[in-house]
Design a protein around this ligand. Structure first.
Ligand code: FES
Length: 611
């Protein structure tokens, strides 16, 4: 017998089998509950509230370990551990939701020449008659040879199938899309041919719809990566695919479904407006796509094995650029559409970083330049004396608000800015709503400000004598917002353990920067430009990051926050064959520095823990 589960305040219902966990039910219902550890019961991110626990399992040992007695008394449970045996209503607090996060789609654009990989031809063929019985495809091939000098190939039966109807329905006029000699699309004259560039992040996905005839961007949109429901970071997803039968298939289907929906949304956005004569845009008009992501996202998209990415020496299944037919991975684009995937640099430095280097022209820089993209893994490239050296550091999910007492993603109600003046603390929340937690940029600000006002020392210890510091349950803490003004009726605090989490994250990043500088024989003082990409990197205060030693202490005007450069790079590779070739050249040129085997890493890391 099926059991009804009601998710609030989202208002989604789902029918499930008895014994299903709340997290599994949420995944089935499409409710995005954070699951950083992939359901292992260790992260505590999947907290939900149950007012009535009559039809669910009793708290197990894992829950008793992760949740405190106050949590349990107020009905808080871990969604991944709680099994449902009868009709249940589940309240998902905003800090446990994944679906409302601020996503970053825009990025700094540079000019480049539009050189579409798709050639569009409008042809008029001679009508078939009793005295001219040439078959339709051969008739079209002859016209292409005359007009374009190329010998036509068609790799998709579903493209071929459209030709007879189109010719007869449009008085023997037809528009063709060519990718080199390959016929990738046939359509009625005037039909817009589209391209879609996508940056598949571990957390967020940014999509861009472009007109392949003009190079114009028609629409852009950011969504959450639905794979979050199966594990928040790369390792958790690899673990999920290892531990579950068909785990990789489940993850692949989740991202493909999201990409197909994103294509529909982008087309709707592009066609929105008052102009009734405006063209109609459909995903089936997408003839070319460029997708970038870290190596694990790339492999999961293509259905490639990911097991080896989770084990030292972290080797990719393939690193070269790839052309894949969209229908091979169930993307509902034009039947002949191709998806181009930029090269991966190494196991943990993927095509998204390559794309960011392309978008920022890092490879063309003179002098000493650092380009980094902050995420659960931070990829860093240093350009110095003509060399490009890259590394990846495990900065962990703390900047995403995970493992932080009141941490949350950058969604409405998250404290994103903190200021302390005369020992008085002020903050700003995303959406200017009542605070319900604190996100990465807020945590960085808070720590930098606590250091400035003397409430925290360089080791990260809080001074209990300082007026802003109070005794916490176990260790000292700072009250950021009192229960009376918060949106969830709880105090929002920053604890000593939170500071420790940030120390570990920023320590790893800074150690990576220092080791790259060492490898190139330069110092931080030599750095002419420091480029910060990615959503988190766009919202942080650079002063705060320098203040806590996350970035080297160089003049502030040498830092540049460029937004979603990976997405912009994907768009450039979509619209320019030259830029696409440049990307391949960067991948060949970058030297990869593996930090896990570096003897100096530990020493640099310990040094970098200081604030
Ligand atoms: S504790 Fe439930 S997903 Fe991590």
């Amino acid at each position: 017998m099926k059991i009804e589960v009601d998710f609030q305040p989202i208002g989604k219902h789902v029918e499930i089998d008895s014994g299903t966990t709340i997290l599994e039910a949420a995944q089935e219902a499409g409710v995005g509950i954070s699951a950083i550890c992939g359901g292992a019961g260790s992260c505590g991110a999947c907290r939900v509230r149950l007012d009535d626990q009559e039809h669910v399992s009793k708290p197990n040992e894992t829950e008793i370990k992760v949740l405190d007695s106050d949590d349990l008394a107020s009905g808080i449970r871990l969604a991944c551990q709680t099994e449902i045996y009868g009709p249940t209503r589940v309240d998902v607090p905003p800090e446990s939701m994944t679906a409302t996060q601020r996503t970053q789609v825009e990025g700094e654009e540079i000019s480049f020449e539009f050189e579409s990989p798709i050639k569009i031809l409008d042809l008029t063929l001679t009508k078939a008659e009793a005295i001219d019985l040439q078959a339709d495809f051969e008739r079209l091939s002859a016209a292409v040879l005359t007009n374009n000098g190329s010998t036509l190939h068609c790799r998709r039966m579903n493209v071929l199938k459209q030709i007879p109807g189109l010719l007869r329905g449009n008085k023997w006029k037809i528009q063709v899309g060519l990718r080199g000699d390959e016929l990738v699309s046939v359509s009625a004259p005037g039909t817009p041919l589209l391209g879609m560039a996508v940056d598949i992040g571990t957390t967020k996905v940014a999509g861009y719809l472009v007109d392949m005839a003009s190079g114009k961007t028609l629409a852009l949109k950011g969504i959450m990566n639905p794979q979050i429901a199966y594990g928040e970071d790369v390792m958790a997803r690899i673990t999920y695919s290892l531990m579950h039968e068909n785990g990789s298939d489940v993850l692949q289907k989740a991202i493909i479904h999201a990409l197909n929906e994103l294509a529909v949304d982008l087309c709707a956005l592009a066609g929105a407006g008052d102009d009734t004569d405006a063209p109609v845009y459909l995903p089936t008009q997408i003839v070319e796509s460029v997708m970038v992501g870290n190596t694990a996202m790339h492999h999961l998209l293509l259905g490639l094995p990911v097991e080896q990415l989770g084990l030292s020496p972290y080797v990719a299944a393939v690193s070269s650029p790839l052309d894949v037919k969209a229908d091979e991975i169930d993307l509902a684009f034009s039947p002949g559409a191709t998806v181009h995937l930029l090269a991966n640099i190494a196991g943990f430095v993927g095509a998204d970083h390559l794309s960011m280097l392309l978008a920022t022209d890092t490879h063309k820089k003179k002098g000493v330049v650092i380009s980094l993209d902050i995420g659960t893994n931070t990829e860093i490239t240093l350009v110095a004396h003509g060399r490009m050296i890259a590394c990846s550091t495990a900065s962990g999910p703390a900047f995403e608000g995970a493992h932080i007492h009141d941490g949350m993603r950058a969604a409405d109600g998250a404290i994103e800015r903190v200021q302390i003046v005369d020992n008085k603390l002020a903050f700003q929340t995303i959406g200017h709503t009542a605070p319900v937690g604190i996100c990465g940029s807020g945590i960085l600000d808070a720590i930098a400000q606590l250091k400035l006002c003397g409430a925290m020392n360089e080791k990260g210890a809080l001074d209990v004598k300082h007026p802003l510091v109070r005794k916490g349950e176990k260790l000292p803490e700072v009250l950021l917002a009192a229960a009376a003004i918060t949106g969830n009726g709880h105090d929002i605090v920053l604890t000593r353990s939170d500071i420790n989490e940030i120390q570990l994250a920023k320590g790893a990043m800074r150690a990576g920067i220092e080791l790259l500088l060492d490898a190139a024989g330069v110092t931080a003082a030599d750095v002419d430009e420091f480029i910060i990409a990615g959503a988190f990197g766009s919202y942080i205060s650079v002063e705060a990051a320098v203040g806590i030693g996350m970035f080297p202490d160089i003049p502030i005007d040498r830092f540049r926050q460029v937004g979603n450069a990976a997405g912009i790079g994907a768009k450039q590779a979509l619209l320019s064959t030259t830029r696409r070739a440049e990307a391949a050249g960067i991948a060949d040129r970058v030297e990869y520095l593996e930090l896990t085997v570096s003897e100096q890493f530990q020493a640099q890391f310990l040094k970098a823990l200081y604030m």
